[in-house]
Design a binder for this molecule. Structure first.
Ligand code: PMT
Length: 401
């Protein structure tokens, strides 16, 4: 970081788990990288590491108590909340995650977090069964929906004697994530149109054909684009997800409605990313009344829906088009074919038959192909991380033009 740049502030909340000792290493790395690190410790954290250790390494007083007059005048909990460029909780215990996901602010850490406008990164570390507990998982999902960032714990031998997922990731990894989240608003000149979710094609007033898309991939792209400063329009099929705050949302049901909405929004955008699993077929006729079981066997006739992305590719007018390819074999070759045939700039291919990839889960495994012929195979990662990789690739490609 050059001396002319304003020193960025990471407020690091440390909650009580054995992994506290790794937060010490994290502070060392962050200070070395040039961050100002302000630390808040919970009472539990102080059972594992002393505030003096963090104070010595960060060079800043450590905040531990809400009602301590000296600390409040020296540090000030609202000052801390305002000063943060990024608020990190590492390690985050199940207790702290439970409290913040339910709006409880009963100690200094949770109070300052409640008052901050900075982006928040939660790094859980705990026993594997605690981490798998559906209550904890639901709390994390809730935080992600609100826009908090989370990191997956690492797997391995845990201090409690179990083996599994629950270790605090290495300090270097957390520091990398912090750097990534603090990246400047590199999409601030972009107006991105993103599609997500499935379509429903009605058979009669009570039935439809659809597919397994949950919308998670598309919504992760929306969150990443918003975080990086883009103006975002989301055209979404029916999903169970909360639309990310800050995007303009157009809700549609059928592929025909999705096409209409996309074509309407197209002139105003700089890029389109189609993560939606557009229904390729629709029933030739939707019955006006519920089809009765007493009619016996029913023959279903389907006709193809228009290919929305292909249609956009025929009138690009300087816009960038990014498609997804849901494949079960020959990932790269099929993605390259779609890239050519639909006149796209990038295709993100995911093998929807592979464990951890494709529909519904929180993770994906993708290969990015682009118009220059580059092929980039990515490992298993969260859909949020993949969304960032897509935009990183997009910007790199655009800068080469
Ligand atoms: O929603 P999730 O549960 O998170 O799952 C994510 C996902 C698997 C749906 C997503 O990652 C994905 O792969 N989306 C694209 C699915 C798809 O329709 O793939 P395709 O290979 O059939 O289509 C290629 C591209 O053309 C896609 O960008 C698609 O949006 C677009 N398309 C397809 C058909 C059609 N009639 N019109 C289109 O525009």
């Amino acid at each position: 970081m050059s001396s002319a740049e304003k020193q960025r502030v990471v407020v690091l909340g440390v909650s009580g788990g054995i992994a506290c000792y790794k937060a010490v290493e994290l502070v060392r790395i962050l200070v070395r990288t040039g961050f100002k690190v302000q630390i808040i410790m919970t009472r539990g954290a102080m059972e594992f590491v002393t505030p003096l250790t963090f104070q010595t390494l960060s060079g800043n007083p450590v905040a531990t108590e809400t009602f301590n007059l000296t600390q409040e005048s020296e540090i000030g909990h609202i000052n801390l909340a305002d000063a943060a460029d990024l608020f990190v909780i590492a390690p985050a215990t199940a207790n702290v995650i439970g409290k913040i996901s339910n709006g409880i602010a009963d100690d200094l850490l949770t109070t300052v977090l409640m008052a901050t406008k900075a982006p928040v990164l939660i790094v859980p570390a705990m026993n594997v069964h605690m981490y798998d507990n559906p209550i904890l998982q639901e709390n994390l999902r809730k935080l992600r929906r609100i826009g908090y960032h989370t990191m997956e714990p690492a797997e391995g031998f845990l201090a409690c004697g179990y083996e599994g997922k629950g270790r605090l990731p290495d300090a270097e990894k957390i520091a990398e994530e912090i750097e990534r989240l603090l990246k400047k608003k590199d999409l601030s000149t972009e107006r991105v149109l993103i599609t997500a979710g499935p379509n429903r094609e009605p058979l009669d007033p009570v039935r439809y054909i659809s597919n397994r898309s949950s919308g998670k991939m598309g919504y992760a792209l929306v969150r990443a684009a918003l975080r990086r400063g883009a103006d975002v329009t989301l055209v979404t099929g029916p999903t169970a997800l909360e639309p990310p705050i800050g995007a303009r949302v157009v809700a549609v049901t059928t592929a025909a409605e999705m096409r209409e909405a996309v074509l309407r929004e197209y002139p105003n955008c700089t890029a389109v990313i189609m993560a939606a699993a557009v229904a390729d077929y629709r029933p030739v006729m939707a019955a006006e009344k519920k089809i009765k079981r007493s009619h016996g066997a029913v023959e279903l006739r389907l006709e193809p829906n228009p290919d929305i992305l292909k249609e956009l590719g025929q009138s690009k007018d300087g816009k960038w088009l990014v498609g997804f390819a849901a494949e079960t074999e020959d990932l790269t070759a099929n993605a390259q074919k779609k890239l050519r045939e639909k006149n796209l700039d990038m295709v993100i291919a995911n093998n929807v038959a592979e464990e951890g990839s494709g529909f519904d889960g929180d993770t994906n495994i993708a290969t990015i192909v682009d118009r220059t012929g580059a092929i980039r195979s990515l490992p298993l990662m969260s859909k949020d991380d993949l969304a960032d990789r897509v935009f990183d690739h997009y910007l790199a490609l655009k800068s080469r033009r």
